[in-house]
Design a binder for this molecule. Sequence first.
Ligand code: AP5
Ligand code: MG
Length: 210
Amino acid sequence: MNIILLGAPGAGKGTQAEVICKELNIPTISTGNMLRAAVKAGTEYGLKAKAAMDAGDLVSDDIVIGILKDRIAEPDAQNGFILDGFPRTVPQAEALDAMGVQIDKVLELYVDEEVIKSRLTGRRVCLDCGATYHVVSKAPKTEGICDACGKELVIRKDDQPETVISRLETYHKSTAPLKDYYQAQGKLITVEGVDTVDGTSELVMAALKA
Ligand code: AP5
Ligand code: MG
């Protein structure tokens, strides 16, 4: 099954992707995680992406579409995948359709903006494996250390309150129109993401299996 996860920053896309990945045994393809890895490694496209990411803007469609196209051609993506953070603009969705990629379901996680703000200020991430935690709602077993790979957890640079506001504006302007795009294709399902992580996962898995 090829799945797209849509939703505002902090809606829980990365968190639910980890669950779906285990349940359905398909990889998560997160353009945000791939871009952060490129920034950390100092690659050419990492250098180009950094300023936009730090400001809460989108990285250019050309760069992101190129990264995505290479990633979905890899062997582990041939039996299905979860797209977390892609597409994020109508031209990106059109590019995906033009590649001939068949999308089965587009799952939107909907969460109120006040909840989102508190989620993002408490978020901690592993820059090594991409796992996501929250100091209150999803604390790691050892403070500051990733349960999955044992590396150090950090606060994302774009989780500063003023950058979060820019990211939310960018979402409404550029990404929210994708709801209409996929509604028109009959693929959009909306799930409220306000319950606990486990409670939300139950709703998500039920929606995907329906
Ligand atoms: P990206 O990394 O995709 O960031 P985002 O979309 O802003 O989404 P987030 O990762 O902030 O939120 P999430 O929905 O994954 O929430 P999470 O599960 O972590 O992109 C970063 C940047 O890269 C972009 O701004 C852009 O510059 C660039 N970029 C990426 N893709 C691009 C593209 N396609 N085109 C152009 N540019 C692109 O959850 C948030 C927190 O809440 C966590 O702490 C979590 O533990 C907690 N939490 C989650 N669920 C619950 C729950 N149910 N109850 C309580 N706490 C919860
Ligand atoms: Mg994420």
